[in-house]
Design a protein around this ligand. Structure first.
Ligand code: SAM
Length: 275
């Protein structure tokens, strides 16, 4: 059986008793960095485990090895250096292999930096998009950044401290200046801090305060400029959408979005025009 075990993102008190129990029971622990996991186990007073290195660069070969061990009946826990395995960390491929090859696995949930930050941010938690790390450079980064402008949900990013300033200027250049943003750093640790401002304000903030520590960035979706549409144009758009066979509710919601009017008002207007 494979157990994907969540571990703390900074505060040792956040390890669950089930995680301790499983780590104590299994014979093998697959981990990103044997030194990091060695320290965790020492802190928990767990001894005599066989640690297997499983990380981004050996996951293809090691994954299959772990699957073979699981098929022979071994109990293995997989952990990352911090937080949940498979969330911007190795684990996803192992889960896919287990499903493909009919190997039983389960998850022992623990803290996730993204979710902790989302709650701390004060931004909408109803809908959110988890972006994780953007590609570091080049056209892949540009593509993902451009995509961010399309989301209507809170966007959650992981970012290394030395790239925070670059990210802020890129977001400003894309037109996120008026969006609220939260920089959640050192979550659950002694110097935990949440900096809440707009992307525009963040530019000068980080000129004066060098980013340090681990960051999760929660970003409000881009504030769209509402179109000013005169009544004749509005009526033409409503009729055009109706001619495409679109239902009244959908027409109302599209035009409410385009004009910034409330959905309720727009619904009434569409109904009165089309009756
Ligand atoms: N698997 C982890 C999880 O469940 O959150 C994420 C691992 S990812 C390799 C590491 C990134 O998560 C860091 O660069 C940072 O963006 C974020 N992170 C992890 N711990 C954090 C913390 N205590 N405070 C703020 N951000 C953190």
């Amino acid at each position: 059986m494979l157990y994907l075990v969540g571990t703390p993102i900074g505060n040792m008190g956040d390890i669950s008793s089930r995680a301790v129990e499983v780590l104590g029971q299994v014979e093998f622990i697959a981990c990103e960095d044997t030194r990091v996991t060695g320290i965790l186990l020492k802190n928990l007073g767990i001894e005599g485990k066989k640690l297997i290195s499983y990380h981004e660069h050996n996951k293809a070969s090691k994954g299959q090895e772990l699957i073979s061990m699981l098929k022979e009946g071994c109990d293995i826990a997989q952990v990352s250096d911090a937080g949940m395995p498979a969330i911007s960390d190795p684990g996803e491929d192992l889960v896919a292999l287990c499903i493909e090859q009919g190997v039983e696995f389960t998850v022992i949930p623990g803290p996730v930096a993204a979710i902790t930050a989302l709650v701390m941010s004060g931004l909408s938690t109803r809908y959110y998009h988890f972006e994780g790390f953007l590609p570091n450079t080049g056209s892949d980064r540009k593509k993902r950044l451009d995509k961010l402008t399309e989301y209507d949900e809170t966007i959650v990013l992981y970012e290394a401290p030395h790239r925070v300033k670059k990210l802020v200027s890129e977001l400003n250049a894309l037109g996120f200046g008026e969006s609220r943003v939260s920089f959640c750093r050192e979550l659950t640790k002694r110097y935990e801090e949440v900096i809440r401002l707009t992307v525009d304000e963040a530019q000068s903030y980080f000129e004066e305060n060098e980013p340090r520590g681990e960051f999760v960035v929660c970003l409000e979706p881009m504030k769209r400029k509402e179109e000013v549409i005169d009544e004749a144009e509005l009526e033409a758009r409503i009729r055009a959408l109706r001619d495409e066979g679109m239902p009244v509710k959908q027409i109302s919601s599209i035009l409410a979005e385009q004009t910034g009017r409330s959905k309720k008002d727009m619904y009434r207007l569409v109904l009165s025009l089309l009756k």
